[in-house]
Design a protein around this ligand. Structure first.
Ligand code: GLY
Length: 374
């Protein structure tokens, strides 16, 4: 991989931020059509809107273009009304949509919005069970509410709460973050280091009642994004909440690395097999690559983490438009993301968080910004 390929890919993604801003004006891009480049948007951000603000902030980090810092600020403001939504995915919204903006641009307004999100999340913490439940408004298909948990409620959430403790001096945020991260290991991480997306728990003490999945093949399989979200979540937890989470982050990464091709993109679920009829998920590979680059910094003796992240990014760039000289699609679309195969929903699309994580990897590999704490 040459630096010029990274630079060209960053330029394409910057172009995509511009074309996205032009067509979404005030709404949040959710998933995109990979031929036309047209986005399906949401008005309130759903669980994905924070990645749009984070993407603009990363664009600023990679280019220094002030207009991207302003764009990120505008998107952060749009997220504020979600501070009291009853969903654990406020961690996604307020970490990536506000705290990342603050960490990249230094914006004080973004810090205040991130703190508002952290305060809202803290009010949802069930102290007896040691967890922020998925919540009644969680953007998932089936069992949500006070006794339900998802591994994808850990990335962003634990970092945001721990960061809020640093900002305010109030230890309650970090305390909730550590217990939330620990409880999800008990609920979702299997003995072999693989991850089940979801669990039901006893609201009086947090004990595991049952495991299930919203978006994976079944409760015994490993949905690609469940593993990838866990990898990035515990790499964040090891830095922001407690170094005691580092062995979990490494165990999760080892399970992933033992089962993924060196070059190539994972299938949407590890039990789904492979082939032309089986969707792959570039967003899962992008999330995992970002996690591996963080782990490379946290465990410097593991030289394989960076090498495998580079191989993942190399594979991802084969799915980033333009994919050849005759590709006339809008530039900077990360194709072949799979939103929800179980429901045949946006199974070969551009996904806003896929764009975010591939840009995070690229600005790190091209030495434009230190992304380890993001
Ligand atoms: N809810 C997070 C995801 O679908 O990846």
């Amino acid at each position: 991989m040459t630096d010029s390929r990274y630079a060209a890919a960053i330029d394409a993604l910057l172009e995509r931020i511009d074309s996205t801003a032009e067509q979404t004006s005030g709404k949040f891009p959710h998933y995109g059509d990979t031929e036309s480049g047209e986005w399906t948007t949401t008005a309130d951000g759903n669980w994905t809107g924070g990645f749009w603000g984070g993407l603009a902030a990363l664009g600023f980090a990679g280019s220094g273009e002030e207009c991207l810092s302003r764009l990120s600020g505008e998107i952060t403001e749009q997220i504020l009304p979600r501070q009291n939504s009853d969903t654990a995915f406020r961690g996604f919204l307020f970490w990536y949509g506000a705290a990342v903006n603050h960490l990249v641009t230094g914006s004080e307004e973004a810090a205040q919005t991130a703190l508002a999100g952290a305060r809202g999340l803290l009010t949802s913490f069930n102290d007896r069970a040691g967890i922020i439940p998925l919540g009644a408004d969680a953007e998932e298909a089936e069992a949500v509410g006070e006794g339900a948990a998802n591994i994808d409620a850990v990335p962003g959430t634990v970092a945001l709460l721990s960061w809020a403790s640093e900002q305010t001096g109030d230890p309650r945020f970090r305390h909730a973050a550590v217990r939330h991260a620990q409880r999800h290991i008990e609920l979702c991480v299997r003995a072999d280091g693989s991850v089940c997306q979801s669990a039901l728990f006893d609201t009086s003490n947090g004990a595991l009642l049952d495991r299930y999945t919203h978006k994976g093949l079944n409760a015994d399989s490993t949905w690609g994004r469940a593993q990838a979200w866990a990898m990035v979540a515990y790499a964040q937890a090891a830095q922001w909440a407690s170094p005691s989470f580092l062995p979990t982050a490494v165990r999760l990464a080892d399970w992933w690395l033992d089962r993924t091709p060196n070059a190539g993109i994972v299938s949407w679920d590890f039990a789904a097999g492979a082939g032309p009829d089986v969707p792959i998920d570039t967003s899962a590979t992008a999330i995992a690559a970002a996690a591996l680059l963080k782990l490379d910094r946290l465990v410097p003796e593991r030289t394989d983490f960076r090498a495998r992240a580079i191989a993942h990014v190399d594979a991802l760039l084969d799915h980033l438009t333009p994919t050849g000289s005759h590709d006339s699609r809008p530039a900077g679309i990360l194709t072949d993301g799979c939103f929800d195969k179980r429901r045949d929903f946006a199974t070969r699309n551009e996904l806003i968080w896929g764009d975010y994580f591939v840009l995070e990897c690229l600005i790190s590999l091209d030495n434009r910004f230190d992304t380890v704490r993001l």
